[in-house]
Ligand binder design. Structure first.
Ligand code: SAM
Length: 255
């Protein structure tokens, strides 16, 4: 029997993401074979973001979901990307400065420029998902990608999301999921041990990526996430397993 690892503190997690920041995007792309973008698009669709909305991406990291939300809510909308890692926020800001309508790279061809439709302004905010720097009932739609599993207090993170959402608004929370069934479970174990950790090892980040397996083991299952969401007051909560149950999206709504 393995010895239980102590759960990391918020400072451990913040330090870990600051260290990973320079390679986070390229590792993500390689380890998910680019599929993370497909799953993130599903989350953006399922959170109900629409033109003119004020949208929020919690634990925004390098900004993928916030940028997708900005395209979805359009130039009449506003997006907030919140994260506590200053390094990852720096990566997000740099990416956004290159592709946003105001900061488009002059090297882009006119064809490429035409493909970039007007988007919302994104405000990158350093803040804590457990004490969001947003007012009550101020957000029309929210996303969180691979953030909930990393919070030191999952119910508090869900309660904060509920506090900032307007009545009738939804949030879509994408993360790893512990699949049901021996085969899928074995595949996930193989994926983490044989692919994720060695790839990270090759980039000098062994310890940083070794945390993923234990964090998935600790993470509540889909039905447990639904129960937690109801406990903090969400009137509607549905967990959708995706990617053969290896990932999941928890969609929560306020009445
Ligand atoms: C695995 S990354 C996901 C980044 C991005 N959402 C994505 O899908 O690519 C998890 C992010 O959660 C952030 N995070 C973890 N705990 C947090 C907290 N309490 N407050 C704010 N950000 C937090 C980390 O800094 C990191 O950027």
């Amino acid at each position: 029997m393995g010895i239980a690892q102590p759960s990391p503190t918020a400072a451990d997690i913040q330090g870990l993401f600051d260290r990973i920041a320079p390679v986070y995007d390229s590792l993500n792309e390689r380890l998910s074979f680019g599929l993370h973008r497909v799953w993130k698009r599903m989350a953006v669709r399922w959170c109900g973001a629409a033109p003119g909305h004020t949208a929020l991406d919690v634990c925004c990291g390098s900004g993928d979901l916030a940028i997708m939300l900005a395209r979805q809510v359009g130039e009449s909308g506003t997006v907030y990307g919140v994260d506590f890692s200053a390094e990852l926020l720096g990566v997000a800001e740099g990416r956004w400065a290159k592709i946003s309508p105001g900061g488009r790279s002059p090297s882009l061809s006119s064809e490429a420029s035409r493909q970039i439709s007007p988007t919302a302004a994104i405000h990158w905010v350093q803040g804590d998902a457990l004490a969001l720097p947003m007012g009550d009932n101020s957000i029309d739609a929210a996303t969180m990608g691979y953030g909930l599993r990393n919070l030191t207090n999952i119910p508090q993170g869900l309660a904060e999301l509920r506090r900032v959402l307007k009545p009738g608004a939804s949030a879509a929370i994408l993360d790893f999921h512990r699949p049901q069934g021996a085969l899928a479970e074995q595949f996930q174990r193989w994926y983490l041990d044989a692919l994720v950790v060695p790839t990270a090892q090759g980039m000098g980040l062994t310890d940083e990526y070794a945390y993923i397996g234990p964090s998935v083991d600790r993470f509540p299952t889909g039905p447990e996430q639904v129960a937690l969401a109801h406990q903090v007051g969400f009137e509607r909560a549905v967990h959708y397993p995706i990617a053969a149950g290896l990932m999941g999206v928890l969609v929560v709504s306020r009445q």
